[in-house]
Ligand binder design. Structure first.
Ligand code: ASP
Ligand code: MG
Length: 585
């Protein structure tokens, strides 16, 4: 006997017929002797409808009443779903978030789960009932109804699977799995057979759009295996697993279309400047995506970052104020940019990925504004009008057009059953930020081009040359260009430093640029889940370093990782400061 959680999204329960069809899937599992928990979203576009209704009453409905209103959508679908099962002769009970005991904090419309009591659901399951749980809702310590943010039913499903020690969490939706890129953006996208939690995290909030990215953070943190499949046709779907082994270099191309860039120019290169900026943004709940601080010259550095275009006005207001306070030269912004990323576990072990990516973009005539990398991702910022073309170019360049994914779920990882005490521990602070690790790497040298021309093809030419020199590049950061010149930095193993400088000098000479290098840098990488969805991570990271008077030389970020470079002499001390700050000791 297995225990499964099945989640049906709005499109899968859009009308009575579809509810019956979905209920049959649960019924089949139940009849086979499995314990089944079903999580459902509101029918079809019901939640949107409710939002519009509220807007017809007032422009500024209170968050508490919005939650009261929106939670009714799921209450309708769970009861109908239970009736459908009962009419098929199965025992079924529908429960609201409150009845299950999904406790959240009090941040209405974007609440975080704090704990889930399992007793009631366990009893019902033992008694042979199918439990139909309302997705997306909970209640706060004062008994108010809360919701988890749009798309939050995925998070409910994965969280229930985690606390109930389910063998699998099946996500039924209107697509038949996870694709190499959004098929609506590029029709040559193909379905993946397996994808890892880390890849999904790097892809999810980037527009893969299939799952709520907080649900993947949960799945990773608690090791919940997920299958995403279509509720309308039978098929293998896509398995999302921890550490699935992949033969391919790149698994997907993600597009975050609605980004806006803000650059603070000539920030005095001293401890605390970035801290002040990101602390204020975090305190207003503005999630910052890409953060790039260049290596800086003449005692100042530029800091660029991206936010969603929705958050741009508020972010600009804060940034203007902070820029003045820290005596930066000025603030520029661009509301029409997009971030294109290639993601793949296979990148860790293959060379030339950057060269392939930049080459493809340059051949398509696309200019790259900023670059950041993580272990398994390269992200570039481009003009929004070039977004589609960039996705296509990258998808083709990495052989994903027509790709047949033959990867197997490696022995479909055995689920680790936890003991009851462990489950109780899991219930506490379920959605807290989980910084898994903070590491210090002292083995790298930094090479920087100070003023490369800002034209398409420059990054491609650089990394082609770097590849020809046989250099193994780790971090790549390109900050936002000023006056038509871009600063591009990369790190290599210190033992390759001389060769890197030689290659860089050749490149620089032909382009009329200058280079500098730092023979030994300290790279600190903070890895974990929740980095993207917790507005304050950047702040938590910068504050203690600033307090200790340690200056940050270079920053780059991804969904699951933040890298900072500091002077080598501060490496060890920075590590212990950060380990303490994130409670890793
Ligand atoms: N019904 C909610 C929404 O539309 C939650 C969900 O579908 O996951 O956002
Ligand atoms: Mg949904």
């Amino acid at each position: 006997m297995a225990r499964v959680v099945q989640k049906f999204g709005g499109t899968s329960v859009a009308d009575p017929e579809k509810i019956v069809r979905a209920a049959k899937k649960a019924a089949v599992r139940h009849a086979a002797g499995d314990q089944v928990v079903v999580v459902v979203s509101a029918m079809g576009k019901q939640t949107d409808l409710l939002v519009r209704l509220a807007k017809q009453i007032t422009d500024a409905p209170s968050d508490r009443e919005m939650d009261m209103l929106l939670s009714t959508g799921e209450q309708v679908s769970v009861s109908l779903f239970a009736m459908a099962l009962q009419s098929m002769g199965h025992k079924a009970v529908s429960l609201t978030g409150g009845q299950i005991g999904i406790r959240t904090d009090s941040s209405h419309t974007k609440a975080r789960i704090q704990s889930i009591s399992t007793d009631h659901v366990q009893d019902l399951l033992e008694d042979g009932s199918i439990v139909i749980a309302a997705g997306f809702q909970g209640y706060d310590p004062d008994g108010n109804i809360t919701t988890l943010g749009r798309g939050g039913s995925d998070t409910t499903a994965v969280a229930l699977a985690a606390v109930l020690n389910a063998d699998c969490c099946e996500i039924y939706t209107d697509v038949d799995g996870i694709y190499t890129t959004d098929p609506r953006v590029y029709s040559n996208a193909v379905r993946l057979a397996t994808v890892s939690h880390d890849e999904m995290l790097e892809l999810a909030s980037l527009g893969a759009g299939v799952m709520h990215s907080r649900s993947i953070e949960f799945a990773k943190k608690f090791g919940v295996p997920i299958v995403v499949r279509s509720s309308f046709e039978d098929g293998p779907g896509t398995k999302i697993l921890s550490g699935a082994t992949m033969k391919r270099t790149v698994s997907g191309v993600a597009l975050a279309k609605n980004e806006a860039r803000i650059t603070v120019e000539d920030v005095p290169d001293q401890p605390g400047a970035s801290h002040q900026l990101f602390a204020e943004l975090a305190s207003q709940g503005i999630a910052v995506d890409m953060i790039i601080q260049n290596a800086g010259t003449g005692g100042t550095a530029d800091i660029s970052f991206t936010v969603t275009d929705q958050d741009l006005p508020a972010a600009l207001q804060i940034t203007d104020r902070v820029a003045e306070a820290i005596a930066a030269a000025g603030v520029t912004h661009n509301p029409d940019v997009a971030k294109v990323s290639v993601v793949g576990m296979g990148m860790v072990h293959s060379e030339g990925v950057a060269a392939t990516m930049f080459d493809a973009l340059s051949a398509a005539g696309i200019n790259v504004h900023m670059i950041t990398t993580s272990e398994i991702k390269i992200s570039v910022l481009v003009d929004r009008q070039n977004a589609q073309k960039s996705v296509e170019a990258a998808h083709k360049a990495f052989g994903l057009d027509g790709f047949v994914d033959e990867s197997q779920a490696t022995g479909s990882l055995p689920v680790q059953k936890s003991d009851p005490l462990e489950v109780v521990r899991r219930l506490e602070g379920m959605e807290d930020l989980a910084i898994e690790d903070c590491q210090l790497d002292m083995s790298q040298a930094l090479v920087t081009f100070l003023d490369l021309p800002d034209t398409p093809g420059v990054a491609a030419a650089v990394f082609k040359e770097v590849g020809r020199a046989g250099l193994n590049v780790d971090m790549i950061v390109q900050s936002f260009p000023r006056n038509g010149r871009a600063e591009l930095s990369f790190t290599v193993p210190a033992s390759d430093r001389q060769r890197a400088i030689a290659a860089a000098t050749t490149i620089a000479q032909t382009r009329g640029a200058e280079t500098t290098d730092v023979p030994e840098v300290a790279k600190l990488s903070i890895k974990g889940v929740g980095i993207r969805s917790h507005a304050g991570v950047a702040d938590k990271l910068f504050a203690p370093l600033a307090d200790a008077g340690i200056n940050i030389d270079l920053i780059s970020t991804s969904e699951v990782r933040v890298n900072v470079l500091v002077a080598a002499e501060h490496g060890k001390r920075s590590l212990s400061i950060l380990r303490t700050a994130f409670g890793l000791d």
